[in-house]
Design a protein around this ligand. Structure first.
Ligand code: FES
Length: 700
């Protein structure tokens, strides 16, 4: 067992340190090439080591292959001017932790297939498929390519026709050897990086040969409304494949089209199910529109001429409407606790685009744009100015209601700038709604995702140097609402990343994962219910899947029998650290590596009490009550848990789960004084907040 102590160019006064069973090495600059060589020469593969020196935020750049336990004696010691006693305590805690920890097991995932499945053929899916080429299998639940962009008429900012972007992409995909499967859905996905078994079902019915005569359209009796536009169950493809296609979700199989078709149509709604083998998956399912029916005050679905932006755009493009006065309502349902409590990021631009489309087509039309605030970024700011020059009237306010009046619509809104109530008559109202994630695909993936959120948190978990290998990646608006250019760039990044990962014969990783001690496990399943990723399964025993586990440690904090553990952050190791650090009057701080810990790192110019002793955890959700209670038992004045803000936890809701636990501890009357146990959300740039909180705890 080895401990490496670094003086960081003599900026840290290192104490003489001895510990039985531990070889201690001193160095002046472990992060230098000579320092790394120094460790390499002494390190046996997979042997746990401790490095005491600068912050792990810096250390991870140099030492991650050694998987060390990091002890920060610079930002938490010498930079603060804290004495040798504290530095000694910190080193002792690291060594105690080291002695209680086991080597992190190497995870090896053989790459058994280099094919990549791409789910969804919008611009992100198409771009990923274009780059991956012959190794790509592109599936699409609709019978044609193009996703949301194929439904649009124009793209912002300038109203470029959608075909301008879509068709060159489609041409390259089709000519690039990509295996394209339309009218195909996922049934199930199982497996791990490099080796996924995907069950697919493909519609048996299809238009086999079409000479585009259009007779089928004349005889089809089924009329459907597709985003504001009436069409038949058989319809002309908006993109590729060309010709006429059947929407089997509405087709009544009457057979009229077959009778008149000079080509060949198979009318069969049933599915052909089969299995596909691939090494990685790109989810490019795009976004779903928020359904404004819920916004009863706006009358959508009840009042004629209240449209979503997509419906309005499509009707306008076909000349079905020519309004003289239009009101565009931004943030319809967005940034509103009752519906979507977030900003979808692109709907402002969609609203501006609709305004421009009207003005381009009908310059005399009066356009009002109602907003809470306009969020356009970068160079697109010019669009806002251009629309004002075109006569679009911007009103700061969210409408109170929309009512029918004299055969038109009446929009009531308080102009927040002049504080006057406006009643704007309109021929059409466009609701610029936000977007929601595709929950259906979330349910099918072998990873667990917050069903109410876009999966950004899943992406963040990749940022860690000791994160697991991800072979299921989200691209474009499936990850979060994005513009077309941003979707394309994102898809490119994902395609390259996955292609690179699968170019290796095997994927090796040392990311810490949860392990379950079968002897201790009581099969209560609490860990399974609390795992944010679905990494734990119960068959006869409870097992953790290293291909899925992200290493948050929430299961460990949840397990009542001490059966769950997290490599490198075992309860034994953390407990040993608590015991070494806690004295009478200590403020024990468990800080999330992603937020509060880096904030504390930045706090040395302000300074904070020497009694503060910090333990770094992967997520605030890892902190189990026994660690907290142990701290108090040993005389801690206070315990602080510092985590990411809600919505920013890198493991979905680890922080929220921890907050629940702390509330329970607060309720233990007479055991824990709530003033001395706090959980705080501390952002990476909130050093001052960290200092304020620990100073308050000093006085508690
Ligand atoms: Fe920071 Fe969960 S990752 S609290």
């Amino acid at each position: 067992m080895k401990a490496f102590l670094c003086s960081c160019g003599n900026r840290i006064p290192l104490p003489e340190f001895k510990e039985e069973g531990v070889e201690v090495f001193y160095h002046d600059a472990l992060c230098s090439p000579a320092g790394i060589e120094f460790i390499t020469e002494r390190w046996r593969d997979d042997e746990p080591i401790m490095i005491a020196g600068c912050s792990p935020v810096v250390g991870e750049r140099y030492f991650s292959r050694f998987n060390p336990i990091y002890i920060n004696i610079r930002e938490q010691g010498s930079y603060l001017g804290h004495g040798q006693e504290k530095i000694g305590d910190l080193i002792r805690s690291g060594v105690a932790w080291l002695k209680a920890t086991k080597p992190i097991e190497k995870k090896v995932f053989d790459v058994k297939s280099t094919d990549i499945l791409i789910i969804g053929s919008g611009v992100a899916g198409l771009e990923a498929a274009r780059l991956i080429g012959r190794k790509a299998i592109l599936i699409e639940r609709r019978p044609y390519l193009g996703g949301t962009v194929a439904d649009l008429d124009r793209l912002y900012p300038e109203g470029t026709p959608n075909s301008h972007t879509l068709m060159p992409l489609i041409n390259q995909v089709v000519s690039g050897g990509v295996r394209f499967k339309p009218d195909t859905e996922i049934v199930s996905i199982q497996g791990r990086p490099g080796d996924y078994r995907v069950r697919l079902r493909e519609r048996k019915g299809k238009v086999v040969r079409c000479d585009e005569c259009g007779r089928c359209l004349e005889v089809c009796p089924v009329e459907v409304v597709d985003h504001g536009i009436k069409r038949k169950a058989i319809f002309r493809s908006p993109s590729f494949p060309p010709g006429y296609l059947i929407d089997f979700s509405t087709c009544d199989l009457c057979g009229e089209c077959v009778k008149v078709c000079p080509g060949e149509i198979i009318l069969d709604r049933s599915w052909n199910e089969y299995e596909l083998h691939c090494g990685g998956i790109i989810v490019a399912t795009g976004l779903n529109h928020f359904d404004p029916v819920q916004l009863s005050e706006f009358g959508y679905g009840r009042l004629p001429n209240v449209y979503t932006h997509l419906e309005f755009e499509r009707k306008l493009a076909r000349g079905e409407i020519k309004p003289e006065k239009v009101v565009i309502v931004h943030c319809a349902g967005s940034r509103d606790e009752r519906y979507l409590d977030y900003c979808s990021g692109i709907c402002c631009l969609l609203g501006l685009k609709e305004a421009k489309l009207i003005k381009d087509r009908y310059p005399e039309t009066e356009v009002y744009l109602l907003y809470i605030d306009i969020r356009v970024r970068g160079e697109l700011e010019y669009l806002y100015k251009e629309l004002r020059n075109l006569g679009v009237k911007f009103v700061g306010g969210r409408p109170a209601e929309i009512i029918p009046k004299d055969g038109r619509l009446m929009v009531k809104v308080e102009d927040s700038l002049s504080s006057t109530l406006l009643k704007i008559p309109a021929d059409a109202v466009v609701l610029s709604t936000g977007f929601v994630p595709d929950k259906k695909i979330f349910d099918l993936l072998p990873i667990n995702l917050d069903r109410e959120r876009f999966p950004k948190a899943y992406d963040w978990s990749e940022l860690s140097v000791d994160g697991p290998p991800h072979a299921i990646l989200f691209a474009g608006s499936a990850r979060e609402p994005m513009s077309v250019p941003d979707s394309i760039l994102d898809a490119r990044a994902k395609a390259y990343r996955l292609s690179h990962l699968l170019s290796l014969p095997r994927i090796e990783s040392h990311h810490p994962v949860s392990v379950i001690d079968e002897e201790r496990c009581s099969l209560c399943s609490l860990c399974i219910q609390n795992c944010p990723y679905g990494a734990l399964q119960k068959e006869e025993k409870v097992r953790s899947d290293p291909a899925v586990c992200m290493g948050c440690g929430v299961c460990v904090a949840t397990c009542p029998s001490g059966a769950a553990n997290l490599e490198s952050y075992e309860t034994g190791g953390l407990m040993a650290a608590v015991e070494s650090l806690t004295k009478e009057g200590t403020i024990l701080a468990f800080l999330c590596r992603w937020s509060a810990y880096p904030a504390a790192d930045q706090a040395y110019p302000i300074g904070y009490p020497e009694s503060v002793r910090i333990i770094r955890v992967p997520c605030s959700g890892r902190v189990d009550p026994q660690l907290i209670l142990k701290g108090f038992e040993l005389g801690a004045r206070a315990v602080l848990i510092g985590g990411c803000y809600p919505e920013a936890c890198h493991y979905h809701t680890g922080n929220i789960k921890e907050r629940r636990r702390i509330k329970l501890l607060h309720a233990l009357d007479g055991i824990v004084d709530p003033r001395r146990l706090r959980i705080e959300w501390i952002g990476t740039d909130e050093a001052a907040k960290f200092v304020r909180v620990v100073e308050e705890l000093e006085k508690a």
